[in-house]
Ligand binder design. Structure first.
Ligand code: SAM
Length: 193
């Protein structure tokens, strides 16, 4: 029995490519990643593998009902009408959302100039629990060293800095941030019984 795994909002495909490193994966799983951003999917297709990638809106998925055993939804928006439609009765949804201290060093260093000073994930968590039964939940919180190069990539990647101009971004990169807080909530849910 093959398990179908969908990464909804897969971005550049990091997580499915990571799963694909398991040599056994093809015998047990079919991996499918979708994202609305062509740039993300274009980068996701860089590998030689059997992962299926497609540009698609997660609120209008091009898949038949009950197709998937697992839906990954990592730091991306959700659409529970579609997710519950394409998930099979025994399937699970794994959602990861930022917690209040996520990347706090970046947010405190550019206070005032950024979009949202605090991640407020209450509505996201309530939405998840309204549509699904939670079978596992955990907060992951740690600090990690960050090199100047990684800081540059992080600053470029995070939507937090999308309102900054070039000068402000340069200032942020030169600010001497050497470690970063990761603060995430993992929730695993099943269809309501
Ligand atoms: C912060 S990124 C996370 C990407 C990836 N899951 C990761 O953690 O590396 C959020 C992603 O959600 C995608 N996204 C936003 N709205 C979407 C939609 N309606 N349908 C599909 N993808 C969407 C964006 O294009 C972006 O790639």
């Amino acid at each position: 029995n093959i398990n179908y795994i969908l990464d909804a909002g897969c971005g550049e495909g990091y997580f499915l490519n990571k799963l694909y490193e398991d040599k056994n994966i093809n015998n047990i799983c079919k991996l499918i990643g979708i994202d609305i951003a062509k740039e993300g999917i274009s980068i996701a297709t860089r590998g030689e593998n059997e992962i299926i990638w497609c540009i698609s809106d997660l609120s209008n998925l091009p898949f038949k009902d009950n197709k998937f055993d697992v839906i990954l939804n990592i730091l991306s928006p959700a659409n529970y009408k579609e997710f519950t439609r394409v998930l099979n009765d025994d399937g699970i949804i794994v959602k990861i959302v930022p917690e209040s201290n996520y990347l706090k060093e970046i947010r405190t260093s550019i206070q005032g100039n950024i979009k949202n000073n605090d991640y407020d994930n209450k509505n996201i968590i309530v939405g998840f629990k309204k549509h699904l039964d939670v079978i596992y939940e955990n907060r992951i919180n740690y600090k990690t060293d960050v090199s100047v190069l990684n800081l540059m990539n992080l600053v470029k990647m995070t939507p937090l800095t999308s309102t900054l101009d070039e000068k402000e971004i340069l200032k942020l990169i030169k600010s001497g941030i050497s470690n970063i807080t990761i603060d995430l909530r993992v929730m695993v849910g099943t269809l309501k019984k």
